[in-house]
Write a protein that binds this ligand. Structure first.
Ligand code: UD1
Length: 434
């Protein structure tokens, strides 16, 4: 199992290209089964989660061709089966978004329930209610959701009980081929939902209002192939900005989408960063200063994203002053706290959704373990600041969502190595004594 060795204490400095957005790429890949014609996608990130989705498409019977620049062509002319098996869905909850497109085009779908997950229960009740609203019969049997709409789906007015990104995407795709008009209320406004709507429109769908809480979809008879470029990854961009700020460094991000990151950029400015932006670039400079502690509360878009909570917590851990981090989207998303504390941070949990952080001047290397995708990067941020060499275990979590992490960090001057086994002597001790 791969691990990362990070020798901390270096200020990050340099320029990076932001990758394509994972959370946009996954539903868009699923959306390719809405048409029998080939769809070409550019700017797909090279990530384990994307490979899992491509594997799922292949398993359904779609033809997938990937070139060396990660341009992917998906052709779902004939599908051999309409079932997404447990083996694939259990490794990636986002696979559940194939249900909407399969139901829409074929009138039937069988998708494994995603089950529990490291950051909370994460049910799919809202997805199922939405399919039922469009006239599908939904049955949950033997761990699978079986959906049937032999005469096709019918447009309807549907309001989500809570804001769900995946639920909105699933319903949006299902509605494109439904008879009549679907009005989605309390829809997620996340930029990845907007990107999906734009993609569907490029295929001939009639979606409006995407990116707002009220989406209207006028069903069409068929969708056609298209070429589409995935939006830049705002979570990856924000993560590297936070990492640079924590190390008192500077960074320029190219091919970024600053307008999707306002809440994070505001918090970084509050923390003392000098941030400037252009149409597709972002620059951050701490001028060597220690960050100032900032309170953060996660919220649905355009609020502060839950996917950047762990990384900001790591920044606050080494900031000047005390702060509070409040998580409102997921009920169990502070598993990184114990691990960061192993490096000498002073973070206390106040109930399941609040962390109180007492900023310390520096951290000390120790072996740690990644627990989930974004939490893993908070350990990277902490390790980059810590004195000595930190070994981060279980980095397959990081590989799910961060493209070529060691190359990108090295480009910024970090001392990072991927190793497949731990060095004989504890690197933390080696670093601390050296
Ligand atoms: C997506 C993102 C994930 C991000 C999350 C919130 C992808 C692949 N993943 O996940 O990175 O952290 O949005 O921005 O895009 N819920 C229900 N019932 C449902 C659906 C959701 O109760 O049917 C709850 C969830 O348990 C959670 C909250 O709603 O507490 C938000 O979940 P949701 O927005 O659906 O997250 P995902 O789409 O899974």
């Amino acid at each position: 199992m791969d691990k990362l060795l990070i020798a901390g204490g270096k200020r990050l400095s340099g320029t990076l290209r932001v990758s394509g957005a994972k959370n946009s790429a996954l539903p868009i890949l699923a959306g390719c089964v809405l048409t029998p014609e080939p769809v070409a996608l550019d700017n797909l990130p090279h990530l384990h989660d994307v490979t899992t989705m491509l594997e799922l498409l292949g398993c359904l019977g779609a033809e997938v061709v990937v070139d060396e620049k990660m341009r992917v062509e998906v052709s779902a002319r004939h599908l051999d089966q309409l079932c997404a098996p447990y083996e694939l869905v259990k490794t990636m909850r986002a696979s559940f978004v194939v249900m909407g497109p399969l139901l829409a085009r074929f009138g039937e779908a069988e998708v494994s329930l995603p089950g529990g997950c490291a950051i909370g229960a994460r049910p799919v009740d809202q997805h199922l209610k939405a399919f039922e609203a469009l006239g599908a019969d939904i049955e949950v049997r033997d761990g699978y959701v079986i959906g049937r709409a032999p005469d096709g789906l019918t447009g309807a007015d549907f309001r989500f009980d809570l804001v769900t990104v995946g639920g909105t995407q699933n319903l949006l795709m299902a509605a494109t081929l439904a008879r009549g008009t679907t009005r989605i209320g309390n829809a997620a406004c996340e930029p990845e939902v907007k990107d999906l709507g734009d993609f569907l429109n490029a295929m001939g769908a009639r979606v409006s209002g995407h990116g707002t809480p009220e989406i209207v979809v006028e069903g069409v008879d068929a969708l056609h192939g298209c070429t589409y470029r995935i939006m830049p990854d705002r979570v990856e961009a924000g993560t590297y900005l936070i990492a640079a700020a924590a190390t008192r460094g500077r960074i320029r991000l190219n091919q970024a989408a600053p307008d999707t990151l306002s809440a994070v950029l505001d918090k970084l400015r509050e923390a003392g960063a000098d941030v400037s932006t252009g149409e597709d670039w972002i620059e951050l400079d701490m001028h060597g200063r220690r960050p100032v502690a900032v309170d953060v509360e996660t919220a649905v878009y355009p609020g502060f994203p839950t996917d950047m909570q762990a990384q900001f917590l790591a920044l606050n851990a080494v900031a000047d002053g005390d702060s509070t981090i409040t998580e409102t989207i997921f009920e169990n998303r502070f598993m990184h706290v114990q691990e960061i504390n192993r490096l000498g941070a002073r973070i206390e949990l106040d109930g399941p959704s609040r962390a109180r952080v007492h900023g310390v001047d520096t951290l000390k290397a120790a072996p740690v373990m990644a627990t989930d995708l974004r939490a893993s990067f908070s350990l990277v941020v902490a390790a980059l600041v810590a004195e000595g060499t930190t070994l981060i275990d279980r980095i397959y979590h990081i590989d799910r969502g961060y493209e070529t992490i060691e190359e990108k960090l090295s480009q910024l001057g970090a001392d990072v190595q991927r190793v497949s086994r731990a060095p004989a002597r504890s690197p933390a001790r080696a670093g601390a004594s050296g």
